[in-house]
Design a protein around this ligand. Structure first.
Ligand SMILES: C[S@@+](CC[C@H](N)C(=O)[O-])C[C@H]1O[C@@H](n2cnc3c(N)ncnc32)[C@H](O)[C@@H]1O
Length: 281
């Protein structure tokens, strides 16, 4: 993992706190993708569901709305700061519970459905994790999740990244194969084989492309500045400048803003996000 730290340290450290602070921005940005996730998951009223790597709980709350009072949803995550945000956003009456647990190994009960919005790419041992998820599903239960396709197809990451790279003293090495990270499951064939090895009998991976809004403002310049802030603080480009000197950070912010303004119109920066919408049963 980044800098040799564990996933628990990563998501409970500065990154988790930053995500927790910016929960509303991220939820708004992922909205078109979330809609597609729920359409595919097809949660029935009265169902029990597990939200894997639920983060600050937007999808857990939406799942609870769909299963209704007769259902139950468990949101599981290893990040205490994100779970604190999640717990604060639900009233006591909602059929939701949040647990701090490692889904790779925890036994969280039995569910009709499991779902995840970008929360399944960070297991140190993916085979073990997906086998554990399969075990927690009833025989007819379905796992439905979103994960990213390649970096180059995800312009919301690629455009700011290309603007930052020329400023760095050295180009960062790509992550080693099959290590936790956002683009780990870009290869759908490999992902399908992994899920089948983990015990899933049927697997479908459908390409899902949506424009996401990286930043908004009263003017396109304001929108580009807001989008640069998101890219350099929250997105997969942020690790490139996280520990950079203030001078480099300032130059990166200027370069990314300049790159993003080319994608701004009507007070919003819109860029293509490319995912796999996966369902396995
Ligand atoms: C990219 S974030 C997505 C968060 C949330 N699903 C959302 O869409 O806002 C990935 C999440 O997976 C969680 N995570 C990573 N490894 C985990 C594990 N082994 N068990 C449970 N959650 C995990 C992280 O703490 C983080 O909240």
């Amino acid at each position: 993992m980044a800098g040799g730290i564990t996933q628990v340290e990563y998501w409970n450290g500065e990154v988790g706190t930053r995500w927790a602070r910016n929960q509303a921005v991220l939820d708004a940005m992922f909205e078109p993708l979330t809609e597609a996730l729920f359409e595919r998951a097809g949660l029935n009223p009265g169902a029990t569901a597990l939200d894997i790597g639920c983060g600050s709980g937007a999808t857990t709350v939406e799942a609870a709305r769909r299963v209704g009072a007769a259902g139950r949803v468990t949101g599981a995550d290893i990040s205490a700061p994100l779970l604190a945000v999640a717990r604060a956003r639900v009233g006591g009456e909602a059929p939701v519970s949040f647990v701090e647990a490692d889904v790779e190994q925890a036994d969280l009960g039995t569910f009709d459905a499991a779902l995840s919005r970008f929360g399944v790419m960070f297991f140190p041992d993916s085979l073990r994790a997906f086998a554990n998820i399969r075990r927690m599903l009833r025989p007819a239960g379905q796992l439905t999740f979103l994960c990213w396709r390649t970096l180059s197809e995800n312009l919301w990451v690629q455009v700011p990244r290309e603007a930052v790279l020329p400023l760095l003293p050295e180009v960062p090495l790509p992550p080693a194969l099959d290590t936790p990270g956002p683009f780990r499951f870009a290869d759908a064939d490999g992902l399908g084989a992994l899920l089948r090895n983990a015990g899933f009998g049927t697997v479908s991976c459908a390409a899902l492309d949506r424009d996401v809004i990286l930043g908004r403002g009263d003017t396109d310049a304001e929108a580009a500045a807001a989008a640069a802030h998101v890219a350099l603080n929250l997105g997969p480009t942020s690790h490139l400048v996280r520990e950079a000197e203030p001078d480099l950070r300032a130059r990166a912010e200027a370069a990314v803003t300049e790159a993003l303004i080319r994608h701004a119109s009507g007070g919003a920066v819109r860029l293509r996000a490319a995912c796999w919408l996966v369902q396995a049963g």
